[in-house]
Design a binder for this molecule. Structure first.
Ligand SMILES: Nc1ncnc2c1ncn2[C@@H]1O[C@H](COP(=O)(O)OP(=O)(O)OP(=O)(O)O)[C@@H](O)[C@H]1O
Ligand SMILES: [Mg+2]
Length: 326
């Protein structure tokens, strides 16, 4: 199950991603965590100290390896140089599973110990000004999009992505890659305006979007969010002393998180799990092709000097029964 946390800067995406990851890991579920946010803080929120977080390998620096592995022997992709972030898998491509050893995880993922288990963490690497809003090869989130487009995930295994609600994800198809998108919103006009914009983009693509209110104090905050986002409001989280302690680098045991917040995390998981039966791999594949053709036309054909529409394997559908070649 693929889950994104998006929202305005500072709304609490990283905090809620990290709490949700801890919740899943505490139940024994396999989890792959990906930090694709402009501000790379997920490692720290999962308890890494600064040197440990700084030592995490950046996916953005390992794109050639990622491309070459995923390309496999796909005859429609002439070279890794012509493989862009939206190049879809086809016959011969290598696929990723949540639980498996593979060269991509070897190069990019590191285990982080949490109460009750470990999570595999991958990070895009820090963003520079040149990364923001660009639709090109070097987009940091491109590595994540490629991985999501080659990932075959099943029930009860989770990929949690901490990400922005920025233009980078709309320029590509990144925002359509999730079973569930949690939009983290504080009860403010700005928080809610990011929701409206996201909802607008999401509408035509059947994106499952739920609002998680954060830093919600009392009835007035709750009424505001209810009035602004209506039924899209899934749950709210108040100020957490547990989170404050974690911020100081002294996370108490996870079970000591406030009961109301444990319940909120449980609701998030229920909402995610409820989407499984409605999964549509045909649509998932169709959308990746749609965004690939769009990127090919708007910049990539010109940049690579090739017709990248030819990379699309018309008979290929990604789904849980596809067996990757060895
Ligand atoms: N429910 C909460 N209780 C207490 N503190 C919180 C809560 N949610 C977030 N915070 C604090 O608010 C600050 C911003 O949160 P966080 O870093 O998770 O936001 P973000 O959306 O990831 O921000 P950025 O856009 O910078 O990545 C952090 O200091 C975090 O500890
Ligand atoms: Mg963040």
């Amino acid at each position: 199950m693929k889950i994104a946390f998006v929202g305005k800067g500072g709304s609490g995406k990283t905090t809620l991603s990290s709490l949700f990851i801890r919740h899943l890991v505490a139940t024994g579920a396999p989890v792959l965590a990906i930090d694709a946010d402009i501000n790379q803080h997920l490692g720290a929120a999962l308890g890494l100290d600064d040197p440990e977080a700084a030592a995490l390998p950046a996916m953005g620096d390992r794109l050639p390896l990622i491309k070459s592995y995923l390309r496999g022997s796909n005859p429609r992709i002439a070279s890794t140089e012509t493989m862009i972030k939206t190049t879809p898998p086809g016959e011969g491509s290598r696929l990723l599973r949540v639980c498996e050893p593979n060269p991509v995880y070897d190069a990019c993922a590191r285990p982080v110990e949490l109460d009750g288990g470990a999570v595999r963490l991958m990070v895009t690497g820090p963003f520079t000004d040149a990364d923001l809003g660009v639709a090109c090869y070097h987009s940091k989130t491109g590595a994540v999009e490629l991985c999501l487009n080659h990932l075959v995930d099943g029930r009860d295994e989770y990929v949690v992505v901490d990400m922005t609600a920025g233009s980078d994800s709309f320029a590509s198809g990144m925002f359509t890659r999730f079973d569930m998108t949690f939009l983290v919103a504080e009860p403010t006009r700005k928080g809610v305006s990011v929701y409206r914009q996201y909802k607008e983009y999401a509408r035509d693509f059947g994106v499952e979007l739920k609002v998680v209110g954060n830093k919600v104090h009392g009835e007035e905050d709750l009424d505001f969010l209810r009035a602004e986002v209506g039924d899209d409001l899934l749950v709210t989280v108040g100020h957490s002393d547990w989170v404050r302690a974690m911020e100081k680098g002294r996370p108490p045991r996870f079970e000591l998180l406030e009961d109301a917040n444990h319940r909120a995390l449980h609701r998030l998981r229920e909402a995610v799990d409820a989407t499984y039966d409605g999964r549509d791999w045909q649509r998932y594949t169709r959308q990746m092709v749609h965004f690939h053709l769009k990127n090919a036309q708007s910049w990539a054909n010109e940049r690579t000097g090739a017709d990248l529409a030819a990379q699309v394997d018309p008979s290929f559908v990604l789904d849980e029964s596809v067996v990757a070649p060895a």
